[in-house]
Design a protein around this ligand. Structure first.
Ligand code: PEP
Length: 246
């Protein structure tokens, strides 16, 4: 039995005052929202403050990135131990924006995934194809490779403590969502390569209007939500759609 999960990725948005207001509204609703785990992945500078605000609430927080190194002369980087010290629960790794803009290779993503696990946190591993790759019929090949490099390093059993997110690059922040059938096809392909209990999220322009149809798909266990996670009402509506999954 997989518990549905909805994770917000705030990306590089927010400020202390706005975060507080947003989280107050989300916490108010999530306190009584059963059957779905809700997570917010916030920018590094706000981690401590968010951890304080969310203590003793049902809303869980995570980070959006980390260093693959444990410590040392890596100016500007943040380690897994630093995140764990704040009781961080989830860390996004392999987001396409990091692969695209910061040159993160599959090997670096695999090392980050291992670093998260080593500190007892859960990686949210993102995989997904570009539009060029989809049009060339390479979707399965691309996501299989991205996943396999991680499993080669950490083993399939590691997925007991991890979440997978299928995020077609062409659907992220574009307003263009994969159809439920397109998402399900890739999720089913991934399902065959992970554990039955592995939670597989869909990410890419999920909104209150399309969430229920996506989450109704058999192998879509929730969502990784970018833009819509910045609007409390939208994020909650999406969480409710996941709650009613099945
Ligand atoms: C994301 O950032 O992971 C994402 C899915 O963004 P959006 O929902 O805005 O497409």
């Amino acid at each position: 039995m997989r518990t549905p999960l909805v994770a917000g990725n705030w990306k590089m948005h927010g400020n202390r005052a706005a975060n507080r207001v947003l989280l107050e509204a989300v916490v108010r609703e999530t306190e009584t929202l059963g059957g779905v785990e809700c997570v917010v992945c916030v920018p590094f500078p706000y981690l401590g403050e968010v951890a304080g605000q969310l203590a003793k609430t049902r809303l869980v927080w995570g980070a959006q990135n980390l260093s693959e190194h444990s410590h040392g002369a890596f100016t500007g980087e943040v380690s897994a131990t630093m995140l764990a010290e704040f009781n961080c629960r989830y860390v996004i790794v392999g987001h396409s924006e990091r692969r695209q803009h910061y040159g993160e290779t599959d090997a670096v993503v695999a090392a980050k995934y291992a670093a998260v696990l080593a500190q007892g946190m859960k990686p949210i591993l993102c995989v997904g194809e570009t539009l060029v790759q989809r049009d060339a019929g390479q979707t399965e090949q691309v996501v299989a490779r991205q996943l396999q490099v991680v499993l080669d390093l950490s083993g399939k059993k590691s997925l007991e403590n991890a979440v997978l997110a299928y995020e077609p690059v062409w659907a992220i922040g574009s307003g263009r969502t994969a159809t439920p059938e397109q998402a399900q096809a890739v999720h089913a392909f991934l399902r065959a390569r992970v554990l039955r209990e592995t939670c597989i999220l869909y990410g890419g322009s999920v909104k209150p209007e399309n969430a229920a149809a996506l989450f109704a798909m058999q192998d879509v266990d929730g969502g990784l939500i970018g833009g819509a996670s910045l609007v409390a009402g939208d994020f909650i509506a999406i969480a409710r759609a996941a709650q009613h999954k099945g």
